[in-house]
Write a protein that binds this ligand. Sequence first.
Ligand code: TYC
Length: 102
Amino acid sequence: PGDGQGDLGVVLQTRPKTKRPPLYKVLLLNDDYTPMEFVVHVLERFFGMTHAQAFEVMLTVHKKGVAVVGVFSHEIAETKVSQVMDFARRHQHPLQCTMEKE
Ligand code: TYC
């Protein structure tokens, strides 16, 4: 029953919709040729790590093959990846850096 004018609209907006932007992990990949000291320098220079932190993370990548070196907004993650890839290429090292959605 009813008047055929039931409310079929979209009305269930209860919570305010404040969706946080997705975050992206920046990954550093191991290879057989990039010098360890170069990787440590990259982590200090572009990821603000201390020498001790950078050395530890470099060793993790060396042993495990890959590690997350930071988590950022899409734009910052892209910038980090570009900076690392450009820097590695300019120094003729095959170091690879990528990003993936968290
Ligand atoms: N495996 C490299 C070597 O033995 C060192 C290295 C570490 C390279 C981390 C890349 O992301 C990397 N010289």
